[in-house]
Design a protein around this ligand. Structure first.
Ligand code: DCP
Ligand code: MG
Ligand code: MN
Length: 348
């Protein structure tokens, strides 16, 4: 209390200040970015209360304070009348599990189960995890997720994704000029911001060669160039023609970390892979559903006919089926009887 004090050294409305401060703190902690109007609202009210010389007696009196609107005034009066604030009990309950679990799930590599386990071990903040409170141990990937928590949880402007891609592409073409390298995901759908950069790599095989080994070389060059900074998930067998890599990158040494995915696929399945990695995921689900209804099966490798599924477990395939369309996106749309849609239209 830096404002008016009673003889006991307290503000006349100290109990109100304490409760509103707790409410403010809860809203502050809940914030990851952006919208902090509640925090501001409570800060203003707290400051006004600190400077106010008398005990507040009515909603009207509370509303006469600078920055105190009706709802806050009602909360102030509830505290004055009952010594308690029901809203605070509610916020405490909500904030003390859902918020913490959601906070932890924002760490790359952490799902509901792990988040719950850490919560039950007594951790409530990212700092608790950093300090290993309750004996929790983070994997190396989770540690990266924690270190770059804010970077990983924010989206990048489209232009930044494009700039990073334009830096990466020449590195790939220097390794093999016949590579097909393109950017998929939300970027290809034309979105204004991207959660990550999804890069697809393949190569025509008409000269009897393929893209085996290209990804490991490319990543090595990109690490040396300072573009790729951390690995999150790497393939087991780098010589495969189908690979998935996840990591972090940055535009320049003073830029934020960004999520990046590389998808290496065989030339024959490029159409199906383009379709899959362009998304969005809801559009993909509707295309797969359409395929299933026609007795087909669609995935990132192609559209398959004659797939027999286990009647007990429909997700289990008893045979591979025959690939009936995979080289171009158009073929797959045609076989499914779905009118062609440009990438920016593929949102359900
Ligand atoms: N995909 C999918 N189902 C999933 C995950 C992904 O069908 N569970 C497909 C569709 C996505 C594409 O892969 O569009 C790329 O995945 P991302 O997670 O990178 O999603 P987006 O690029 O669409 O969005 P964001 O901007 O958030 O990265
Ligand atoms: Mg993406
Ligand atoms: Mn992605």
């Amino acid at each position: 209390c830096d404002g008016v004090r009673t003889s006991a050294g307290q503000c006349p409305n100290q109990d109100v200040i304490d409760k509103l401060s707790e409410l403010k703190k809860i809203h502050e902690q809940r914030l990851m970015t952006g919208d902090n109007f509640r925090v501001l609202k409570y800060s203003t009210a707290i400051n006004a209360l600190r400077a106010y010389p008398k005990r507040i007696r009515s909603t009207e009196e509370a509303m006469s304070l600078n920055g105190v609107a009706k709802k806050t005034a009602e909360k102030i009066m509830e505290i004055i009348r009952t010594g308690d604030l029901q809203r605070l009990h509610h916020e405490r309950a909500v904030s003390d599990d859902i918020r913490v679990i959601e906070l932890f799930q924002g760490i790359y590599g952490v799902g509901r189960q792990i988040a719950h386990r850490w919560y039950n071990a007594g951790c409530r903040t990212l700092d608790d995890l950093r300090e290993g409170k309750g004996g929790v141990k983070l994997s190396s990937v989770q540690q990266i997720g924690l270190q770059y928590y804010d970077d990983i949880n924010s989206r990048m402007p489209r232009a930044e994704a494009e700039e990073i891609f334009n830096k990466i592409k020449p590195f790939a073409l220097k390794i093999d000029s016949k590579l097909y390298v393109d950017i998929m995901g939300s970027f290809r759908r034309g979105k204004a911001d991207c959660g990550d950069i999804d890069i697809i790599i393949t190569r025509p095989t008409d000269d009897g060669r393929n893209h085996s080994g290209v990804l490991s070389k490319l990543l090595k060059d990109l690490r040396i160039a300072g573009i790729i900074t951390e690995d999150l998930s790497i393939p087991d067998d780098w010589s495969d023609l189908e690979l998935c890599y996840r990591g972090l990158c940055r535009k320049d040494s003073d830029s934020r970390r960004r999520r990046i995915d590389f998808l290496v696929i065989p030339w024959e399945s490029r159409g199906a892979a383009l379709l899959y990695y362009t998304g969005d995921d809801i559009f993909n689900r509707s295309m797969r559903l359409k395929a299933n209804k026609m007795g087909y099966s669609l995935n990132q490798k192609g559209l398959f006919a004659g797939v027999v599924r286990d009647p007990q477990d429909r997700t289990r395939k008893l045979n591979q089926g025959t690939n009936i369309a995979s080289a171009t996106e158009r073929e797959i749309f045609d076989k499914l009887g779905v009118p062609w849609q440009e990438p920016h239209e593929r949102v359900r």
